[in-house]
Design a protein around this ligand. Structure first.
Ligand SMILES: O=C(CO)[C@H](O)[C@H](O)COP(=O)(O)O
Length: 251
């Protein structure tokens, strides 16, 4: 299959996941968290259409890009100054394992995504088949770091990752197309850790945030309570991941 055909298939699958997430999980009166990334933007467009037809929801976006699109589409928005408790967050993911543990942050919005998901009763992930994996880690693990001393933070992270069984981890400063460092909505940088495979997601999740200067990372263990898998033919499947052992261990 050509790259273009694969992309089209992936686009259709993302659309199927976004449409299904809206239909299966969103109800009148909900306060919603909106994710970031292309699948989430598809969800926001579907949500905007539903709002135009009378659906009543309020939403808290997890990035400036998502906020701008939702605003443009007339989705009623709120900030955390107005609401602190959300019913449901719907977001995309870069990888998801059979327990529902995820790698996120490909779009660089992991910190706000984590805050929005953390304020929600329930988080549901939308994925296409290319995102489902037996073991996380082929996709780089995004680690958001404050700009001050990021080089030293990288060295500390390398030591931590090595101690956790990832010898000589490669941590790459994320850049824009012009080569300048990528900056998140919170003004931080991102280091992408190329680990290859993550055998111990729960331990890694707990340990990375101990490193001074590391603000957040893209390993979301036990966060997704369900995963909506969209397929190129427009069908979908909902996987219940609420029984994730990581979710139990975190409580
Ligand atoms: O975590 C994210 C952004 O920080 C996205 O949800 C993730 O990268 C998936 O993106 P897409 O839907 O474009 O494949």
């Amino acid at each position: 299959m050509s790259d273009a055909a694969a992309r089209t298939d992936q686009d259709r699958a993302k659309q199927a996941a976004a449409d299904a997430a809206l239909k299966e999980f969103v109800r009148d009166g909900m306060v919603l968290g909106l994710g970031s990334g292309s699948t989430s933007l598809r969800f926001v467009r579907a949500l905007g259409a539903a709002v135009a037809q009378g659906l009543e929801v309020t939403a808290v976006p997890s990035s400036t890009t998502t906020r701008e699109l939702a605003f443009e589409l007339g989705v009623p928005l709120a900030t955390f100054a107005e609401v602190q408790h959300l019913d449901l967050t719907i977001d995309g993911a870069d990888e998801v394992d059979p327990d529902g543990n995820m790698l996120k942050g490909g779009g660089g919005s992991l910190l706000w995504e984590r805050i929005v998901a953390g304020a929600s009763d329930r988080m549901v992930a939308m994925v296409d088949p290319s995102k489902t994996v037996e073991r996380l880690g082929a996709f780089p693990l995004a680690i958001e770091v404050v700009r001050f001393g990021w080089e030293s933070t990288r060295a500390s992270l390398e030591r931590t990752l090595a101690a956790l069984g990832h010898p000589e981890p490669k941590l790459v400063l994320r850049t824009n197309t012009d080569g300048s460092p990528f900056t998140t909505d919170s003004g931080n940088h991102i280091l992408d850790a190329h680990l290859g495979a993550i055998d111990n997601p729960l331990e890694l999740d707990a340990r990375i945030n101990w490193v001074p200067g590391a603000v957040e990372h893209g390993l979301f263990t036990g966060v997704a309570k369900a995963v909506v898998l969209g397929r190129p033919d427009g069908s979908h499947e909902v996987r219940d991941t609420a029984a994730n052992p990581a979710a139990r261990a975190l409580r």
